[in-house]
Design a protein. Sequence first.
Length: 82
Amino acid sequence: MRIYLYTTAGCHLCDLARAIVWPLLVKHDFRLLEIEIADDDDLISRYGVRIPVLASSMTARELNWPFTVSDIEAFFSDLASL
């Protein structure tokens, strides 16, 4: 399953999110696709004050910052059970 990380350049919170997400991707056999919101006005409107945001490619589920390893584990486990 593909997981999206909505992000933008120079976002230190996005760097923190990336660091805690990467090790969990392998465990759940998910792939991460980073989406740069600065390239799209609609994405800026939707995510500009919420990034980093994790989202599923298969559902409308999203996980907004701040999130922890436990939050990501629960998010990924829910997605894996679909």
